[in-house]
Structure formats: structure tokens, C-alpha cells
Design a protein around this ligand. Sequence first.
Ligand SMILES: N[C@@H](CCC(=O)N[C@@H](CS)C(=O)NCC(=O)O)C(=O)O
Length: 217
Amino acid sequence: MSLKLFFAPGACSFVPHAMLELCGAEFEPVMVKLHKGEQHSAEYLAVNPRGQVPVLVDDGEVVTQIVAILLHLDAKFPQAGILPAAGLARTRALSTLVWMNNTVHPTFTHVFMPGKFTDDEAAQKAIRAHAAKAYRGLLGEIEALAAQASPWLCGDRPSALDAYALTLLRWGGYAGIDPTTFPATWGLVQRFAALPPIARAIERERLQLNVYQPAAS
Ligand SMILES: N[C@@H](CCC(=O)N[C@@H](CS)C(=O)NCC(=O)O)C(=O)O
């Protein structure tokens, strides 16, 4: 079995990256420098024509999309608890995971890369401001989930949801949102980051958890 993960430091690929570490899987991490445009290189587009991370390559088979990658890893390493194993707990976890991926994550894309949605610079500014406000509201929804966490978002075991919560709260710093204003999520994220397998992924990506910088007055 050979596993390879194409990831970019600080990107959404942190979620499968952290889960590969949690599984104790042997894998080859391949860094893609998004800020240098490496995702648009012919070599990378041959792997993923959409020019995005993450990509998992399992014995030569390419798997894209976070949710699909996580389900693939969950089937391969069922003992790791990437998601709850069965029943309503699994259904609810998938519901939250898919919402994080299809709603919270793209809202941040509007903050971080408004140029994907319009060429008009004034409109980009407006999109960024509007999305940052919406993003704060969505982090508020995650905060309500974190306040109920016992001790993790899926109960007694750390899971993919905690990894996504870490990524999304961290991104908030780039949207001008102080993560400590979401104390339950911030506490959860710090505890999650301290788990040895997760700390390994954080170290490999050289991530700082709190990237918020207050606006100069
Ligand atoms: N729906 C995709 C989203 C992947 C995605 O948005 N990846 C971003 C990083 S967080 C990316 O590769 N962006 C590079 C670009 O758009 O140029 C998934 O779930 O995997």
C-alpha cells in the first residue's frame, strides 16, 4: 500500500493531513506552494486538472475532494475514528462535515480570493467585506457546537470535524476575526493541536494557530 498526500501549508488539506497522522498511516507528504502558483503547473495539473489541494493518491489511484478523501481513509483505517462508525452519530457528523466543506469553507474563499468571483476591484472589496461578516456568523455556529463538545465535536474521540474546526477558526484570523472571541472553539482547537499526531501535521505545515492581527488604529 502506498499513500501520498498533496497538501499546502495552512490550506484545507490540513484536514486529511491531520487525519493521516491520526490513523498512524505511513504516507508521503508532498507540499504544493499555492502562493507560488505550483497548483497551475503542468506537472500538478496532470495529477489534479482542477489545480487544487488536497489530493490523495492511493496505490496510484487519485482521490480528490476532502469529503471523499476522508471517507476513503475512514474505510481504510476504521479504528482511527475519523468519523463515528455508525448510526445517527455518523449521520450527524457527516452533516456537519459537509456543511463545513460546502458552506463555511467557500464563504472564506470569498474573503481570501474574491478575485475568483469578479475582476472588478471595487466589487472584490465589497465581496470580501460581506463574506467576512457572514464568516463570523458561521464561526458562531461552530462555537455553539464546540460549547456542546464532550470533549470533541463527535464525542469521546477526536475526528475530522475537530481538524476542520481548527482550519476554519485559524482562517478567521485572515478575515480579521480574533479566534479567542470564540472561546469554546479556541479551547477545543488548542487541545486538538496538542495531540501528538496532530502536532506532527502542524509542525510539518509550520502552522501558527492564531494568525489574527488587530487592525492598526
Ligand atoms: N471542494 C474542494 C475544495 C478544495 C480547495 O478549495 N482547495 C484550495 C485550498 S483550501 C485550493 O487548492 N486552492 C488553490 C486555488 O484555487 O488556486 C475540496 O473539498 O477538496
